[in-house]
Design a protein around this ligand. Structure first.
Ligand code: BGC
Length: 414
């Protein structure tokens, strides 16, 4: 081969090689749009672009993700699924069964996910033995947040029982402070309801009701007591609660307009994004009673064409479970890492409490999936429960009628 022919052949080969190198890209559907959430997802965008990826953002506002899930369905039905989607719990398996999810086992195996994720979390990420989602965190749902100054000024400690909570709320109300910051959206009603239910039913009762859908538990005197407590909660919210976004409710606690909020620890992400300090400005405690309700955010990849998109999915999956992302993202998000090998030294006292109580509850069998955040049940069943919870909260329905409706709604949804 002459020199010039060799050069020409090499140039062609080089050119072919550069054509074959995929440029990772991803269109990412998520519902992280509040202050703390946006700061958290920005960490991922940054890591993705630092690694050479091109990110197309598809945020769909709406706490709890109901609007995002409707947008997802519309896109999939139109044959135009996003590359990566914030998806969690049994919804992952539901989408898998529709045959639209990509298999990310190659990344999971190369990265040794099985060795660094707790088995309970890994199980949510598997579809018939293959890896079909990548976890980013563990959010705890059963928290009470409080304004530290408001409690102190009114001589109130963080409540240890629901009776103490009610007594504190009545005292605050008499002092002209809104006891409970709440947004009247179905998923927020469900969030408060499941926290109350965990406290009153206890971990075994919660499991029977919201994992096993046991009719006797759904209609038990304890479940009636849960709705009685929800009726009290309704009396502790201000008249402007309908439709309010959860982060605006958190802001009411921040600025002292309200004393408490019952919400998952994405609320801590809001406090932190506003420069508030746990222990000084705001307090965290698990709701009265035992147990731990977990909510694991994760990403599922949808089957899409094109080497660039596949490369984008692989890069994204690798990054989100990576040690560095799991630390920085969760410092912002309010959650704790899903991986067990991320040091928590830089995390705050609420995160330490979460991690400790998660380990304890895992050991004693009281680590439970959140029904309100789509970890325990398929959509039809969790939706049926939430419909009853929210119509009870927004009407004068009796507790007896609520439990009857609950049992009927579940029976119809199966
Ligand atoms: C998600 C969180 C999110 C929250 C409010 C929950 O269901 O798991 O990541 O911050 O909804 O939007």
């Amino acid at each position: 081969m002459t020199k010039s022919v060799f050069a020409a052949v090499s140039a062609v080969a080089l050119c072919a090689a550069s054509v074959a190198v995929a440029e990772p890209k991803a269109e990412v559907l998520h519902w992280w749009t509040s202050g703390g959430e946006a700061k958290s997802v920005a960490v991922l965008q940054q890591e993705f672009s630092d690694a050479g990826g091109t990110w197309t953002d598809m945020p769909v506002a709406g706490g709890g993700g109901d609007a995002a899930m409707s947008a997802l369905r519309a896109r999939v039905l139109a044959g135009n699924a996003p590359t990566a989607v914030q998806l969690k719990g049994p919804a992952i398996q539901e989408w898998y069964e529709e045959g639209v999810l990509a298999d990310i086992s190659k990344v999971a195996e190369a990265e040794g996910w099985a060795d660094v994720l707790p088995a309970s979390i890994a199980a949510h990420m598997k579809c018939e033995g293959t890896w079909c989602a990548a976890p980013v965190n563990v959010h705890r749902v059963d928290w009470i947040w409080a304004n530290a100054d408001v409690l102190e000024a009114n001589g109130i400690e963080m409540p240890q029982t629901w009776e103490e909570f009610n007594a504190a709320a009545e005292k605050l109300q008499a002092a002209g402070i809104i006891p409970l910051a709440h947004g009247g959206q179905a998923w927020q009603d469900a969030t408060v309801f499941e926290a109350v239910a965990l406290g009153i039913l206890g971990p075994d009762g919660f499991r029977k009701a919201f994992v096993d859908l046991d009719e006797a538990t759904l209609t038990s005197p304890e479940m009636i007591a849960v709705f009685d407590q929800m009726r009290k909660m309704r009396g502790f919210v201000d008249p402007n609660f309908p439709g309010r976004d959860w982060n605006l409710a958190t802001a009411m606690v921040m600025n002292g307009e309200a004393a408490f909020q019952i919400m998952g620890d994405w609320a801590k992400g809001e406090f932190l994004a506003a420069g508030k300090v746990p222990g000084d400005d705001f307090l965290c405690a698990s709701v009265p009673g035992d147990g731990f309700l977990y909510n694991v955010d994760s990403f599922a990849m949808f089957d899409v064409d094109g080497d660039d998109s596949v490369a984008g999915q692989e890069l994204l999956a690798k990054l989100v479970v990576g040690q560095s992302f799991q630390k920085v993202f969760n410092l912002n998000k309010g959650s704790i890492p899903a991986r067990t090998d991320v040091a928590l030294d830089d995390f705050d006292s609420c995160a330490h409490l979460s991690s400790k109580e998660m380990a304890e509850s895992s050991d004693n069998g009281s680590l439970l999936p959140s029904y309100a955040h789509g970890m325990a049940l398929r959509g039809a069943q969790s939706g049926a429960i939430t419909d009853v919870v929210t119509s009870h909260f927004n009407s004068d329905m009796s507790s007896q009628e609520a439990v009857e409706q609950l049992a009927a709604a579940i029976a119809n949804s199966l």
